[in-house]
Design a protein around this ligand. Structure first.
Ligand SMILES: Nc1ncnc2c1ncn2[C@@H]1O[C@H](COP(=O)(O)OP(=O)(O)OP(=O)(O)O)[C@@H](O)[C@H]1O
Ligand SMILES: [Mg+2]
Length: 408
C-alpha cells in the first residue's frame, strides 16, 4: 500500500521532532521532510510533493497562513492541516480561506493527529478521483500526477550504480513505453555516455550556464536520445566543470524533468555531497546498491543511518550486486548486520556486463534472457509498482520461512 507522505512545518525543532517520533510508529505514514518556516515549506512541497502538510501558524519569515495559501493554489494535490495553539480560534477562518483542509488544536493526542492525517488524505484522494473522473468524462486530459524520480546511490565506487542506472532506464522504456530520462549526476567522472556509446557535445555544465529561466524546451535540447528510447542528460566533459553545477541547479532541472517525464533515473557518485542530497530530496525512490565485502557493509550501515536522519530511509530499497560471488559472507549475514532487508539481488556476469558496456547496448536489450537481465527486470517491476518496502519484504520472508519449515 502506498504510504501517506507528510511534511512537518514548525519553527520549533523540538515540536517537529516530537511529531516525527509519533508518526514514525505509523506504518502507512511516511515523514518525507521538515521545514522551519512558511517559505521553506513551499520549497519543500515543490521538491517532495507530500500528500499532507502539517503547518504551524506563527513562524518567522513567512507565517503558516500565507504559506498555506500559496501551497493550496500551486499544489492542489497537497492537503494542508493547520496546527495551532488554543486561543488562536480566529485563525480558523483565515486558515480555511487560505485553503487549509483541516485544523488541529494543540495539545492533541497521537491518535487525533494520525486520524486527522488519514481522514484528510482519504477525502483528498476522493476529491482528486472525482476531478479525474470529471476530466475523463469531458475529455480534458488530466496531468500525470505521479512522475517517479529514482536515485541510484551507493557509498562505494564500482559497486554497479551506473550499470543498474542504464539498464533500469532501458528496461523501463521497454516495459512501459513511457518517457524516461537518465541524468548523470556523477559530475566529475560520469560515464553514462560511455556505457550507452553516445558522444555528447554539451552537458549539464553548459545547461546550467544558460541565461534566464530554465524551461523544458531548453532542457530537452540538452538531452541525447539513445536507441533504447532513454533520453540522457550527460555529465560534464571534464572533472573541473563539475563545480559549475550547484544543488539548486539540480533541483531546478529535476523539477522541470519531472513535469514532462514519467521516470527520471539519476546516476550518482559515491558520496553524500550536496548535489546528491538535492537528488535524494527530489526522489520518490532510492535504490541503494552494494556488493558483499566488509568495507561496503560498514559503509552501508553508516549510510542507512544517515539516510534515516534525512528522512530518506522509508523510500530506500537495498540491492545487492554481484551476489553470486562466493566471498565468505552471505545475504542473510548482511541483512542482519544492517538490520535492513535486501530487496533484490543481481548475480555476477562479468562477460556479459563488460561486453554490453563495450557495445553501448544495455544487457536488458541485447540479452533479455540472461540472469542479470531478469534481475534488473524484477527491480524495474519494483520501481514501477513502488513496492519493496521493508514491511512487505519482512512479511514475505516470514511467510517463506514458515512454509520452508512446514515443507521442509
Ligand atoms: N553484476 C555484475 N557482474 C559483473 N560485473 C559487474 C556487475 N555489475 C557491475 N559490474 C562491473 O563492475 C564495474 C563497476 O560498475 P559500475 O561502473 O556500474 O559501478 P559504479 O558504482 O557506477 O562505479 P563508480 O562509483 O566508479 O561510478 C564495471 O566494470 C562493471 O562492468
Ligand atoms: Mg558510476
Amino acid at each position: 500500500m502506498e504510504k501517506i507522505k507528510v511534511l512537518i512545518v514548525d519553527d520549533i525543532a523540538e515540536t517537529r521532532e516530537n511529531i516525527n517520533r509519533l508518526l514514525k510508529l505509523e506504518e502507512d505514514i511516511q515523514v518525507v521532510g521538515e521545514a522551519a518556516n512558511g517559505e521553506q515549506a513551499i520549497k519543500k512541497v515543490e521538491q517532495l510533493l507530500p500528500d499532507v502538510v502539517l503547518m504551524d501558524v506563527n513562524m518567522p519569515i513567512m507565517d503558516g497562513i500565507s504559506s498555506t495559501e500559496k501551497i493550496s493554489l500551486n499544489y492542489p494535490n497537497t492537503a494542508v492541516i493547520i496546527i495551532s495553539v488554543q486561543g488562536e480560534a480566529e485563525y480558523l477562518k483565515k486558515a480555511m480561506m487560505a485553503g487549509a483542509r483541516e485544523y488541529l488544536v494543540k495539545p492533541f493526542t497521537a491518535d487525533e493527529l494520525v486520524d486527522t492525517i488519514k481522514r484528510t488524505n482519504d477525502l483528498e484522494k476522493k476529491r482528486l478521483g472525482k476531478i479525474e473522473g470529471f476530466n475523463k468524462l469531458f475529455g480534458s486530459k488530466p496531468k500525470d500526477t505521479k512522475p517517479q524520480v529514482i536515485t541510484i546511490f551507493g557509498t562505494k565506487g564500482g559497486v554497479g550504480k551506473t550499470t543498474l542506472a542504464v539498464n533500469t532506464a532501458a528496461q523501463l522504456v521497454k516495459k512501459t513505453r513511457k518517457k524516461v530520462a537518465l541524468v548523470d549526476l556523477d559530475l566529475q567522472f560520469g560515464d553514462v555516455s560511455i556505457f550507452l556509446n553516445v558522444t555528447p557535445k554539451k552537458s549539464i555544465a553548459e545547461l546550467v550556464q544558460e541565461r534566464g529561466q530554465l524551461n523544458i524546451e531548453l532542457v530537452e535540447s540538452y538531452l541525447i536520445p539513445h536507441i533504447s528510447g532513454v533520453k540522457i542528460l550527460p555529465a560534464p566533459m571534464r572533472p573541473e566543470y563539475s563545480e559549475l553545477v550547484t544543488p539548486n541547479n539540480i533541483l531546478e532541472i529535476l523539477t522541470i524533468l519531472r513535469q514532462h517525464y514519467d521516470y527520471v533515473i539519476i546516476d550518482t557518485p559515491p558520496f553524500f555531497q550536496d548535489t546528491n542530497l538535492s537528488a535524494l530530496d527530489m526522489s520518490n525512490q532510492v535504490l541503494l546498491i552494494m556488493t558483499m565485502d566488509l568495507p561496503t557493509v560498514k559503509n552501508m550501515k553508516l549510510s542507512l543511518e544517515l539516510l534515516d536522519s534525512l528522512h530518506h530511509k522509508g523510500k530506500t530499497k537495498l540491492i545487492l550486486n554481484r551476489a553470486s560471488e562466493d566471498l565468505g559472507i552471505n545475504a542473510n549475514d548482511v541483512e542482519n548486520a544492517l538490520d535492513f532487508l535486501i530487496a533484490h539481488q543481481i548475480p555476477s556476469d562479468g562477460k556479459l556486463v563488460v561486453t554490453s558496456v563495450n557495445k553501448g547496448i544495455p544487457f536488458v536489450i541485447s540479452n533479455s534472457n540472461a540472469k542479470v537481465s531478469k534481475a534488473v527486470d524484477q527491480i524495474t517491476n519494483m520501481v514501477i509498482n513502488d513496492t519493496g518496502y521493508q514491511k512487505e519484504l519482512q512479511e514475505s520472508r516470514q511467510r517463506r520461512r514458515f512454509f520452508g519449515k512446514l515443507f521442509g
